[in-house]
Design a protein. Structure first.
Length: 321
């Protein structure tokens, strides 16, 4: 979550980029954190991440959450994830403020006697953690009518081996896996054998991602995005450790500044949209627009306008595919 007093980090950007461009990868993470049993066929619909909080001074303060989305399956559940690169317990203050705003923005049930607001399911992804980092945190609200509370579970990258990441399909965590070795960077960087061993581990990760793509567990775009985002994290986290950057980067391959996977996919989607318009094939247009919505490139409202149908009709077509 970002505000004027908390600068954005490259890791926040990677988190949001991967979530928006490969949204299906977050489903196993939700299952792991909240004990859900989603199959991966559910729809993910993103909500606006930017809000303005009114202060007593009359000023408005802009807040941007790392993620705010709904999973649509047999029911609809709202989720709010925050990516934290260090343990900072004041995050609960920001989370509560944003959760309350999400609850209001999602709509409330108002009668002449009461108002009902629904808070999202919220979790924190910790890239760095210690033995004292809790598995869950709690927000307690004391009201004149009594005390209510809800848990904010945490997921810690350092708690998972690469074997567990693949076994549990937590591929979303791979770009951040290098944080596991951060405390050893100086030692590894000065030892050629250890650099080679780390490079071999990442070569194995890349090979397993290739296998996942061949087996249809993920598509080629998602595989490429995971690799690109892994390189981006590596470049920033190991900025002062040239041997590690070169050793691991050489086996991962790619050019992170181009973000080639996204460029290729966006070009293909745009070609499909143009082709559909030229040939007058409505089904091609709708299919392309649905892909754009699912990848977070277009909102449902904008997609419906481009398709020339109502939002309700567009949502119905999404649900049928």
């Amino acid at each position: 979550m970002t505000d004027k007093n908390r600068p954005n980090t490259p890791y926040d950007d990677v988190f949001r980029t991967l979530l928006n461009d490969c949204s299906k990868l977050i489903i196993p993470v939700i299952n792991e954190v909240f004990g859900e049993k989603y199959t991966g066929k559910e729809e993910i619909v993103f909500s606006p991440n930017e809000h303005f909080l009114n202060r007593q001074s009359g000023d408005e303060e802009k807040r941007i959450t790392d993620s705010n989305f709904a999973v649509i399956g047999k029911s609809i559940k709202q989720y709010h994830f925050e990516c934290e690169s260090k343990v900072d317990y004041t995050v609960l203050i920001r989370i509560f403020e944003y959760d309350a705003q999400i609850a209001l923005d999602q709509g409330s049930e108002v009668t002449d006697k009461k108002i009902i607001v629904s808070f999202p399911n919220t979790a924190i992804l910790y890239l760095r953690s210690t033995s004292n980092t809790p598995d869950k945190m709690k927000i307690v609200i004391r009201t004149p009518g009594g005390e209510v509370s809800y848990d904010v579970p945490t997921i810690k990258v350092k708690s998972y081996s690469i074997e567990e990441i693949f076994e549990k399909d937590l591929l979303f965590l791979i770009p951040f896996y290098i944080f596991t070795y951060e405390s050893q960077f100086k030692e590894i960087n000065e030892n050629a054998d250890k650099v080679e061993k780390l490079a071999e581990e990442y070569a194995n990760i890349k090979a397993r991602l290739d296998q996942c793509a061949e087996n249809g567990m993920i598509d080629e775009f998602s595989k490429k995005a995971i690799i690109d985002m892994s390189e981006r994290v590596l470049e920033n986290l190991a900025a002062h450790y040239e041997n590690i950057r070169k050793g691991v980067g050489s086996v991962m391959g790619g050019h992170i500044l181009d973000y080639e996977a996204k460029r290729i996919k966006n070009e293909g989607l745009e070609e499909g949209f143009v082709k559909g318009r030229v040939e007058g094939r409505e089904e091609c247009i709708i299919s392309t627009l649905i892909s754009l919505v699912r990848d977070g490139i277009l909102s449902i409202k904008d997609a419906a306008v481009r398709a020339g149908i109502t939002e309700a009709d567009f949502q119905e077509k999404m649900a049928a595919t």
